[in-house]
Design a protein around this ligand. Structure first.
Ligand code: PMV
Length: 362
């Protein structure tokens, strides 16, 4: 099994010059959902996502050699220019957890300055963009110090592996357009340990594809994703759900290759409602959807029926509706979104996002 533990990545600190890296990394939207895990962030079924664009995290990592021989992680941290102790502690815990992979982290004084492009508590999962941005910074740092990750594919693979350790879905944010995570006979080279780039496997229609995120509610979720994953262990439908996800992946890959939007949309909507069905059938059961989410779903379906436009929805682990459609119908769809969906959103707020090119070093 692939293992990135490397005790040789130890610095001669007297030779290290201070430096920094900044990565901008996007969030992603799963079409086949990852829901249920085992071991260290290993998925119970393969998932496939679209890489987003305007919902991203910027992360700056600064480093300088430690003057003391202290072996603890030394981290100064700000989130949106403010110190944030709970967040800092999470990052320290994550960095501690990857010191077998990056042992040199113990030899440096680190500073992380991070922030999201999307409003706090807008319901966009920030863990995917945040953990992928941090993983990319760590791999850039390794390469700067040891010249170990010259090959771009190797760099991406390791970044994806490390991002996964922070948050499973983050491993898919490393790649442009679309990414697959999880071992499946459908795709050669697929793995539970890291995501794969899928841009070449999907039709061009997905390269100009929109995701308008309708903010149904910004209230804190009653059950976190972490708790939701673990409730899958006792969900009576778990095994059939994992089998169903694998079966749907086959049809989704075929549809995305061909540009068959109808099949794509049917699977996207089914997966979104299945995810929430699993929450409702967990023990204890819970509901994250809001009445306005359901009203928006009905309106999307009615509009599609009436206009025959290929517009579909998806949901993340929250009440906000992701409205998906190809760029060629943006003008018509935005009229519908503004007139029919926006008034149902909290403070009439929605975010405009689209399929993007993946992370960039800035
Ligand atoms: O990566 P996590 O542990 O935040 O889980 C993400 C789960 C979903 O967003 C609901 C689905 C997915 O595949 O992204």
């Amino acid at each position: 099994m692939l293992d990135y533990k490397n005790p040789n990545l130890i610095l001669e600190t007297s030779e290290v010059e201070p430096g920094s890296f900044t990565w901008r990394s996007p969030s992603n939207l799963a079409i086949i959902k990852y829901w249920g895990k085992h071991g260290v962030q290993l998925p119970k079924n393969p998932s496939l996502s679209l890489t987003l664009s305007s919902s991203f995290t910027d992360t700056l990592l600064e480093y300088k050699p430690k003057e003391s021989g202290d072996r603890n992680i030394s981290l100064e941290f700000t989130f949106h220019q403010e110190p944030n102790e709970p967040f800092r502690e999470k990052v320290v815990k994550f960095l501690e957890s990857v010191t077998d992979i990056f042992p040199f982290l113990r030899q440096l004084d680190l500073t992380v300055r991070t922030g999201n492009s999307f409003p706090h508590s807008s319901g966009i999962a920030s863990s995917a963009s945040a953990m992928s941005a941090l993983a990319l910074c760590l791999c850039s740092l390794e390469h700067e110090l040891f010249e170990t990750l010259e090959d771009d594919d190797e760099f991406d693979k390791k970044s994806s592996y490390v991002a996964r350790l922070g948050s499973g879905s983050a491993c898919r944010s490393i790649f442009p357009v679309a990414s697959l995570w999880g071992q499946t006979g459908e795709v050669e080279g697929s793995s539970d340990l890291f995501g794969l780039p899928m841009a070449e496997e999907v039709h061009d229609i997905f390269k100009d594809f929109h995701d308008d995120i309708m903010i149904a509610s910004t209230a804190a979720k009653s059950v976190s994703s972490r708790a939701g994953h673990s409730l899958m262990d006792s969900n009576p439908f778990a095994e059939s759900r994992y089998a169903d996800a694998k079966r749907k992946l086959h049809f989704l890959l075929e549809a995305m290759k061909k540009g068959d939007l109808e099949t794509f949309g049917r699977i996207a909507e089914n997966e979104a409602l299945t995810l929430h069905g699993l929450m409702m059938s967990s023990n204890p059961s819970y509901i994250l959807l809001k009445p306005n989410t359901l009203e928006m779903i009905e309106r999307v379906r009615r509009y599609r029926e009436e206009t025959k436009h290929p517009i579909y929805f998806s949901l993340d682990a929250g009440p906000n509706l992701h409205v998906l459609y190809p760029g060629e119908i943006i003008h018509e769809v935005r009229v519908f979104v503004d007139e029919e969906l926006k008034p149902l959103c909290e403070e009439e707020t929605y975010l405009q996002d689209w399929v993007g090119e993946g992370p960039v070093q800035v």
